[in-house]
Design a protein around this ligand. Structure first.
Ligand SMILES: NC(=O)c1ccc[n+]([C@@H]2O[C@H](COP(=O)([O-])OP(=O)(O)OC[C@H]3O[C@@H](n4cnc5c(N)ncnc54)[C@H](O)[C@@H]3O)[C@@H](O)[C@H]2O)c1
Length: 275
């Protein structure tokens, strides 16, 4: 069902790689809801992913950019405004990567070059994106900026590693910049803390299937899918959430409110009996 929630809205979606990507689902939903937008990802991702397919489906131009490069980001905003003939209304930051996670380096044995890259790609790029947008006065009043986070920002989850630090920083940027951009331009900035989801980035965390099973058993509503996450992004881009800003909103089927559930306890008991 569609509601025309983004009719007339223009945006930029960063981070769609393939059909599994959360950003891919957001793009599909935004298109269905009447938005026009550009798509951006790294030149490498453009070579290995299927972004072309999405761009054809949504009639969206692809603008290559490494989100750690201010110069690249400036060209994304400039080109997007040229295409739209004016300012934009929403931005999705759906970007994350840790070489420490990929190479299974534990938190007490981090490679610091990788660590810096994790922070730059997964968190500082959010600041860069917003700063470029603000300096080029690219966003309409009451625009909306959303980034995707994870509960490891608040709690320790085995193997999430240096990405936890990046997510904590990402959420902090949403608050710090949310104050300034809200005060000056009524632009809102939020993060959505999503359930573990089987995407390319998600499957980089070894053991994610066990984590997904655990959070599914722990969450009263079950894990949130990428598609459900996309629906929530649309609400945050729409005019129906105009006074929501500087928030980290858990979109996790209730996992963040739980300590122990019947389903998880039943499974845990079975394991104890097997021992
Ligand atoms: N999958 C999960 O379990 C989960 C849970 C909570 C939050 N998230 C977050 O959702 C977001 C999207 O991830 P996803 O799960 O859809 O996986 P994904 O692999 O589909 O998306 C990650 C994207 O980041 C892009 N990227 C990496 N380096 C970049 C750079 N330097 N510049 C620009 N783009 C770059 C990749 O090309 C890719 O498109 C990430 O921030 C991730 O941390 C994911």
């Amino acid at each position: 069902m569609t509601y025309n929630l983004l009719n007339g809205k223009k945006g930029i979606i960063f981070g769609a790689l393939d059909e599994k990507s959360i950003a891919w689902k957001v793009a599909e939903k935004a298109h269905e809801e009447g938005a026009v937008f550009t798509l951006s990802n790294t030149p490498l991702a453009l070579r290995f992913g299927n972004l072309k397919e999405l761009s054809l489906k949504c009639n969206s131009e692809i603008i290559p950019a490494d989100a750690t490069s201010v110069k690249d980001l400036e060209s994304v905003f400039k080109r997007s405004m040229e295409i739209f003939g004016g300012k934009i209304d929403f931005i999705l930051h759906s970007i994350g990567m840790s070489m420490n996670v990929r190479k299974s380096r534990e938190y007490d044995n981090l490679d610091y070059n990788f660590y810096q890259k994790t922070i730059d790609i997964s968190a500082m790029s959010f600041h860069k994106m917003i700063q470029v947008a603000k300096k080029s006065d690219a966003i309409n009043d009451w625009g909306s900026i959303v980034a995707l986070s994870y509960i490891a920002a608040q709690r320790t989850l085995y193997r999430y590693n240096d990405m936890a630090d990046a997510k904590a920083m990402l959420e902090s940027i949403a608050r710090s910049f949310g104050y300034i951009y809200g005060r000056e331009k009524n632009v809102r900035i939020n993060t959505i803390s999503q359930s573990p989801t089987m995407t390319t980035a998600g499957s980089g965390v070894k053991g994610i299937d066990a984590l997904i099973d655990f959070t599914e058993r722990m969450s009263p509503l079950g894990n949130a899918t990428a598609e459900e996450c996309a629906n929530f992004c649309i609400v945050l881009f729409s005019d129906l959430s105009r006074k929501v800003t500087m928030q980290n909103i858990f979109h996790d089927g209730g996992f963040s409110g739980m300590g122990m559930s019947l389903k998880a306890m039943t499974q845990y008991k079975k394991c104890l009996e097997d021992e």
